[in-house]
Design a protein around this ligand. Structure first.
Ligand SMILES: NC(=O)c1ccc[n+]([C@@H]2O[C@H](COP(=O)([O-])OP(=O)(O)OC[C@H]3O[C@@H](n4cnc5c(N)ncnc54)[C@H](O)[C@@H]3O)[C@@H](O)[C@H]2O)c1
Length: 251
């Protein structure tokens, strides 16, 4: 699919994270210019630097997706410096792990602000640019945890369920503008997110037992799916949440 995204400009939020590495690398390999956006400039720069060292175009921007002004300034800067916005990958998230009776109100609000409101704010901010272009692709990263009802992650799981609903309504709202909106629901991938589990070896074994495919997923697997959903090859698919979990959850 080399060249499928030639000339397109992609914003990847949480762009300094583990899965973002695979997403940015693959979108860039297909020809897109990348804006890796993260609350940590250092992390975003590391990923953008990797993409550049592979010979593609990438910049790192610091922004907090839960802050409207920060998001609007970031999108405006991407459009000005890279020349527009064609693709948004809403991927930034926080995932505190604790018993639901120990979740404080502040934590609940923070998780919703980053994981759910952040997706809305970014979509709102890129919408005028996509409408102007006459097309666009938005990919929202949800999670298998919503479908399972994962314990010890209640606020996170609720936010990920919200993303599935947000994806469906947004797809109907912007379909007439030729903008496709889909979500992906990753299973368990060995990124920083996984370090929240206390017994790493036991967790790894358990994940492989759940999956039909007996290897761990990689950021490259995620990149492959996101690149498809960001391309014209998926132009008749919208409002969907696609599982990517090695055949774990089947619905
Ligand atoms: N790794 C997994 O197993 C897994 C499974 C299912 C879903 N997911 C989802 O995939 C996405 C990426 O997760 P990951 O595993 O790469 O985690 P990660 O922690 O490596 O990456 C998340 C990134 O988001 C950034 N971020 C946090 N708050 C932010 C904010 N307010 N504004 C901007 N950036 C912010 C972090 O700095 C980090 O770089 C998340 O949406 C996560 O929920 C991951």
């Amino acid at each position: 699919m080399a060249g499928a995204l030639e000339g397109r400009i992609a914003i990847v939020t949480g762009g300094g994270g583990g899965l973002a590495e695979g997403i940015c690398a693959r979108l860039a390999a297909d020809g897109a210019a990348i804006a890796a956006v993260d609350v940590s400039q250092e992390k975003a720069e590391r990923v953008a630097g990797q993409v550049r060292s592979d010979g593609a175009r990438a910049v790192a921007f610091e922004a907090d997706v839960s802050d409207k002004r920060s998001v609007e300034a970031m999108v405006e800067r991407v459009a000005r410096e890279l020349g527009g916005v064609d693709i948004l990958v809403n991927n930034a998230a926080v995932y505190p792990r604790r018993a639901w009776t120990e979740i404080e109100e502040e934590e609940w609000d923070r998780v919703m602000a980053v994981n759910l409101k952040g997706y809305f704010l970014c979509a709102r901010a890129v919408y005028p640019y996509m409408r102007e272009r006459g097309r666009g692709n938005i990919v929202n990263v949800a999670s298998i945890t919503f479908f399972i009802g994962w314990t010890l992650l209640m606020d996170y799981v609720a936010s990920k369920g919200g993303i599935v609903g947000f994806t469906r309504t947004l797809a109907r709202e912007v379909g007439p503008d030729n903008i496709n909106v889909n979500a992906i629901a990753p299973g368990a991938f060995p990124t920083d997110a996984e370090k929240i589990h206390p017994d790493q070896e036991g967790y790894n074994r358990w994940v492989l037992e759940q999956q039909s495919i007996k290897r761990r997923g990689t950021p490259e697997d995620i990149g492959n799916l996101v690149a498809f959903l960001a391309s014209d090859a998926s132009s008749f698919i919208t409002g969907q949440t696609i599982g990517i979990d090695g055949g774990w959850m089947m619905r």
